[in-house]
Design a protein around this ligand. Structure first.
Ligand code: SAH
Ligand code: SF4
Ligand code: F3S
Length: 445
């Protein structure tokens, strides 16, 4: 139902889960000021694009979208176009100067100012706020959930990053790390469960360094995880991203203690070469990383492990590349996200290290990495044949209305016959087959 008295907001989100979560905060802030979300861009009074700067091609996509918004503004000049998020923070005024159709530029820590900024624009001016904050966590704002299934939600537990990996733009566009009040996190999770949600994913760039100090009380990530897991055993808990240098056995033991904390860890390796890792300023060696994997395999034998791999970092040799391939095989990742190094302005690498791996070499290495991961992912699925998993149903299969899909604790997608089950149910499914992307099962008896 749309309300004709309300201003219409159209919002588009790029980048990581953090941005997805931020868009829900932005909508919450603007709904309180009389806006209503529309899915029809042509009907919007305000178009916001929440942007990502992690790689050059992430920004290219946004420039492409701005060209599309230009056409809309031609037809309806009163439409307000705003760029928010990481690219807004990186480019600041330049966005207003270079792209005439942009009226509004807002960085990730300035969303509370959106209503004021929009008022400024209504009086005929352009508006910008890209101040970063040491404290802002939006702890008191209840995000308006934009997901379609009403089953799983993101909950931001911290913002920013202090790590300064030499290739990474995040600390520059998101500011320093700060953790959110654990009570506000637990309240948000309780509220989600009361509304029927069955799964939460706790978000931070480095969840293992979550820390809350108040008086003489300290809450660390493993304690927060436990507090959230205790909200209800019927609520699944996931988290992302773990950092190899900080992921402690305490977190693994907490995961082992609670059935509803899912058996999946995303542990980005970036490279298998200690030499490259050092230049990346990741602060761990290959041996340390392998030690963390051994700990996961020992404490959580059924845990799925995923990773991020970056290829073609400055100075990466064929031998370094082979080290990455051998690490991937050794770990046996279930899933990997794989990228070509993209030089980002301001970062240590862009200032001190020459982007000297030719693009053709980056591409060839990326292809090898992807081919290897395809084999590993296939193997990971084949290993599941005959096993029974508890699946949380998320929706009807795209390919057949007689089948449902959901994910198991390991975060793998499982498709199975519908029977009388519905979205939000937990169902035990025995895996009988698999395709390249999914496990196929039958109801377990
Ligand atoms: N905080 C997370 C990562 C966030 S960015 C962590 O530390 O793991 C997500 C992924 O993007 C990174 O893991 C990395 O693999 C990739 N990435 C970051 N900067 C990049 C760059 N300049 N070029 C290519 N890939 C990059
Ligand atoms: Fe970027 Fe490193 Fe921080 Fe991850 S931990 S966001 S890669 S600086
Ligand atoms: Fe991109 Fe910003 Fe996330 S740069 S990856 S949207 S923190």
């Amino acid at each position: 139902m749309t309300d004709s008295t309300k201003l219409k907001l159209y919002i588009e989100t790029y980048g990581c889960q953090m941005n997805v979560s931020d868009s829900e905060i932005v909508v919450s802030i603007l709904e309180n000021k009389g806006y209503e979300v529309t899915e029809d861009i042509n009907n919007a009074d305000t178009i916001l694009v929440n942007t990502c700067s992690i790689r050059e091609n992430a920004e290219q996509r946004v420039w492409g979208r701005l060209d599309v918004f230009k056409q809309i503004k031609k037809k309806k000049p009163e439409t307000i176009v705003g760029v928010i998020g990481c690219m807004a923070e990186r480019l600041k005024e330049k966005l207003l100067e270079e792209e005439k159709i942009v009226d509004l530029v807002v960085g990730p820590d300035a969303y509370r100012d959106l209503p004021n900024l929009l008022e400024t624009i209504e009086s005929g001016h352009k508006a910008i706020n890209v101040l970063l904050s040491k404290e802002e966590t939006y702890a008191d704002i209840s995000p308006v959930r934009l997901d379609k299934n009403r089953i799983s939600a993101f909950v931001s537990i911290m913002r920013g990053c202090n790590n300064m990996c030499s290739y990474c733009i995040v600390p520059y566009v998101r500011g320093g790390e700060r953790s959110r009040d654990p009570q506000s996190i637990v309240r948000e999770v309780e509220d989600l469960f009361a509304k029927g949600y069955k799964e939460v994913t706790l978000l931070g760039q480095n969840v293992d360094s979550y820390i809350w100090n108040k008086g003489n009380e300290t809450v660390k990530f493993n304690q927060l995880l436990e507090m959230v897991a205790k909200v209800n055993p019927q609520l699944r808990v996931r988290f992302s991203t773990s950092h190899p240098k900080d992921m402690s056995d305490d977190v693994l033991y907490t995961m082992a203690m609670y059935n509803n904390i899912c058996n999946h860890i995303h542990l980005p390796a970036q490279s298998g070469s200690t030499r490259v890792l050092e230049k990346m300023n990741r602060k761990y060696t290959r041996e340390w990383y392998e030690g963390r994997i051994n700990a996961i395999k020992k404490i959580l034998p059924d845990c799925a492990i995923s990773t991020d791999i970056m290829t073609g970092f400055p100075g990466e040799t064929d031998d370094d590349h082979k080290d990455t391939l051998s690490l991937m095989e050794w770990v046996n990742y279930d899933i990997a996200y794989m990228f070509k190094y993209s030089e980002r302005p301001k970062t240590y690498a862009s200032r001190h290290l020459k982007d000297d791996v030719p693009n053709s070499v980056k591409s060839a290495r990326l292809t090898e990495i992807i081919d290897l991961q395809n084999k590993l992912s296939e193997k990971s699925k084949k290993d599941d044949l005959g096993k029974t998993f508890e699946v949380l149903v998320e929706g009807v299969s795209k390919k057949s209305k007689d089948h449902l899909f959901g994910r198991n604790s390991q975060n793998k997608v499982v498709v199975f016959p519908k029977h009388n089950y519905k979205v939000g149910d937990y169902v035990f499914v025995e895996i009988v087959d698999c395709t390249s992307a999914t496990l196929i099962g039958d109801i377990a008896v």
